[in-house]
Design a protein around this ligand. Structure first.
Ligand code: GLU
Length: 446
């Protein structure tokens, strides 16, 4: 295992769909780990599956990572690297670790069923290893094209997983994995190893659905003359009921979360802390997450992802943002004072626009008690107004009308904002300004 002083890590999505919270968690841990240890984060697009890979998914993946702030220093596409895979394939063939197989999918299925019916594990029987040159020539003569399997060494592969602790997989009980399809395209498990060697990857950080692959991949690293990187397999995310998130993949895509107005930093904060020993709390920069990322603090159990928790965290994130953090995303009509007045009431950033309209635009006031409001209007102090004006004004109105509490405040809020609830009136009042306040109290649209 490699020392973590300067890690080189990669996030390796296949551009066959949109990123969802599950893959983003892997991306985030890679990125945070690289940042924490002064390392390098590489984006690798696993696009050897030509039929399913699409440029629009590639673009969406990049846009989503950028939105989350997960920047990469190097981008690689597997489709540009086919010559490297060809060379590695030839090396394995020469070493006797990759062998040609001719069974059709139907023949393999038949073998599988027969083994299962005998109560035996459905492990590939390596019949292809017993073919003679003449057998192969005959099969090719019949028009069959070979697929190629990696010959696993019958040993127990061990590694010390950064999340799961000591792992061992008995490769004698596994089927030799197919690395090259009959159409000569490569499977991800092989191309990934070739690239991890070429890019000097020090740590493979990914979901625990890849744990079994790791055993065979460790043998591939060694067969190609390299030592394997460290591994960290993150527990999967489940929904509140404990089920997989895959059926919700559409609505849990990063693009969908963005369109729903959820904050990128809330997505990151939730995914970085979910299932760890650290509390889920809002942050105002990714740096706050960098400082705490630690595989030793990630639990072994599946982490429960809740959309409600994300929405709540997103709102709490907004409530913390200083003006500078959001200025570029706000309409220019929203000043710093307006932002500070309304941020604590927002669910999404777009809600700030609603309050900007209430303060800067015109509205039809809701008059609960016109006579009382007329009295209140008569007692409006002269400008300049500050955040103490509300207190002074309502004290004077209270003294004159003997109203207190809700009877005093509710009609004023309703007339001035046409809303039952909202940000502190003390902060809104000076922003609305005397002319509009006076007009609204008298029922004029202003
Ligand atoms: N393309 C693989 C996937 O998306 C990469 C897995 C890995 O990180 O090794 O599952």
């Amino acid at each position: 295992m490699v020392d973590s002083a300067t890690p080189v890590v990669r996030f390796a999505p296949s551009p066959t769909g949109l990123l969802h919270v599950g893959n983003v968690r892997a991306a985030l841990f890679n990125w945070l780990f690289a940042k924490r240890h002064g390392g390098t984060f590489i984006l690798r697009l696993d696009d050897t599956d030509r039929a399913r890979s699409r440029p629009e998914y590639e673009a969406a993946i990049e846009r989503d990572l950028q939105w989350l702030g997960l920047d990469w220093v190097r981008k690689e596409k597997q489709s540009d690297r086919l010559a490297h895979y060809d060379a590695a394939r030839d090396k394995l063939i020469a070493a006797g670790r990759l062998y040609a197989c001719y069974e059709t999918p139907e023949e393999l299925e038949f073998k599988r069923k027969r083994l299962l019916a005998q109560g035996r594990p459905p492990v590939y029987d390596r019949a292809a290893l017993r073919l003679s040159d003449a057998d192969r020539a005959r099969l090719e003569g019949e028009g069959r094209r070979p697929h190629w399997r990696f010959k696993l060494a019958a040993e127990e592969v061990r590694w010390d997983d950064l999340v799961r602790g000591p792992q061992h997989i008995d490769e004698a009980s596994q089927s030799d994995p197919v690395l090259v399809r009959a159409d000569s395209s490569y499977l991800y498990s092989f191309t990934s190893v070739v690239d991890d060697i070429a890019f000097a990857i020090t740590h493979v950080i990914r979901g625990e659905d890849h744990v079994t692959n790791s055993g065979a991949q460790i043998q591939m690293f060694r067969a190609l003359g390299a030592s394997e990187p460290g591994f960290a397999h993150l527990p999967l995310l489940v929904d509140a009921a404990g089920g997989g998130l895959s059926k919700r993949a559409g609505s849990l895509s990063v693009g969908e979360l963005r369109e729903r107005g959820l904050e990128a930093l809330a997505v990151a904060a939730l995914l970085a802390r979910l299932g760890t020993a650290d509390p889920v709390e809002p942050v105002t920069s990714l740096d706050a997450l960098v400082a705490t990322v630690d595989f030793a603090r990630v639990g072994r159990a599946a982490a429960r992802f809740s959309e409600d928790e994300l929405a709540h965290l997103s709102a709490r994130t907004l409530h913390l943002f200083p003006y500078e953090a959001v200025r570029e995303r706000l309409p220019s009509s929203i000043s710093e004072a307006l932002w500070l007045a309304v941020r604590g009431n927002l669910t999404t950033l777009a809600d700030a626009g609603t309050w900007a309209d209430i303060v800067n635009g015109s509205l039809a006031p809701v008059l609960e008690d016109p006579a009382f409001l007329e009295e209140a209007a008569a007692r409006l102090p002269a400008e300049p107004w500050t955040e103490t004006t509300w207190k002074e004004w309502t004290a004077a109105v209270s003294a004159a009308t003997k109203r207190k509490g809700r009877a005093l405040f509710h009609p004023l809020r309703l007339a001035l904002t046409a809303r039952e609830t909202g940000p502190e009136m003390a902060r809104l009042l000076p922003l609305i300004g005397r002319a509009k306040v006076a007009a609204r109290l008298r029922g004029q649209t202003a």
